[in-house]
Ligand binder design. Structure first.
Ligand SMILES: NC(=O)c1ccc[n+]([C@@H]2O[C@H](COP(=O)([O-])OP(=O)(O)OC[C@H]3O[C@@H](n4cnc5c(N)ncnc54)[C@H](OP(=O)(O)O)[C@@H]3O)[C@@H](O)[C@H]2O)c1
Length: 247
């Protein structure tokens, strides 16, 4: 992908955190970014800020769990651009008062359902809804924000740095999104479309907390890299800052 100024991207959860910074960095590359957020006021504020920085951004209201809103955004992008070059499924949640509250011993079905609604069902449904528009683009890219905490290999290894971080709802939802990423990439292997899972790193956002070692600027880099992959780039991979992670 060389001419980034012609590209159109959709970023979910773009009103704050990694999604907002991803929109900013794509905007800085000349990409037109449709910024999606579930709060109208919040997404308009975020878009106004990026627009004032000179980026081409369009705010849309999208609760990723709301099928009617997904369809409305799809119809608008079809009408305005006729294609979608980049889909970044960025919106995500951790449920529960504390991260470790959701252990295998204490997890509730409600916590699992709520987390899976946003972290798995929504990105799968959004990719399905946008598939015709992704196919209409010359070489579309789909980036699913998962997490290193979705790695079964690392969770099974007592020596791994994430071994102690066993919050079941979040981790299982991201492992499942990893699986959805591999499946969609396989379905599209004979097309120019690339589909990858991004681990942004442990990033200083509302979700990552102040304890996180990475700044938001760096936390958006993996998403942006995968969004702008060239024709020789990977597909069906699990990536953090250019390095492959074990599933
Ligand atoms: N931060 C980290 O250390 C880290 C590490 C690994 C992976 N990740 C992943 O990276 C992604 C971004 O995380 P972040 O750190 O930027 O999190 P964040 O600061 O908590 O932001 C989460 C974003 O998701 C949006 N969102 C949540 N539920 C939504 C829904 N139903 N519909 C639409 N938007 C919704 C939020 O919108 P509202 O403002 O309306 O709530 C917000 O924009 C997530 O998928 C997360 O799991 C983050």
């Amino acid at each position: 992908m060389t001419n980034e100024t012609n590209l159109v991207a959709l970023v979910t959860g773009a009103n704050r955190g990694i999604g907002l910074e991803t929109a900013r960095q794509l905007g800085a590359k000349g990409v037109t970014v449709v910024m999606a957020g579930r709060s109208e006021a919040s997404i308009h504020d975020a878009a106004r800020a990026l627009s004032a920085e000179g980026h081409k951004v369009v705010p849309v209201v999208l609760d990723v769990t709301d099928d009617a809103q997904v369809e409305a955004v799809r119809a608008r992008i079809e009408a305005d651009y006729g294609r979608l070059d980049i889909l970044i499924n960025n919106a995500g949640v951790i449920t529960g008062e504390t991260f470790m509250e959701n252990s295998a011993a204490t997890i509730t079905k409600d916590a699992l359902r709520t987390t899976f609604e946003v972290n798995l069902f929504a990105p799968v449904a959004i990719a399905q809804a946008f598939l015709p528009l992704l196919k209409a683009a010359p070489a579309a890219r789909v980036v699913n924000l998962t997490s290193i905490l979705g790695s079964l290999t690392l969770h099974a290894d007592p020596q791994s740095p994430i071994y102690g971080s066993k919050s079941l709802a979040y981790n299982a939802s991201k492992a499942a999104l990893n699986m959805a990423t591999v499946h969609l990439a396989a379905l599209l292997q004979d097309t120019p479309i690339k589909v990858n899972a991004a681990h942004p790193g442990w990033v200083k956002t509302d979700m990552g907390s102040e304890a996180a070692p990475m700044e938001i600027l760096d936390g958006a880099r993996t998403s942006v890299e995968l969004a702008l992959l060239g024709p020789d780039g990977p597909t069906g991979k699990y990536i953090h800052l250019g390095e492959e992670l074990p599933w």
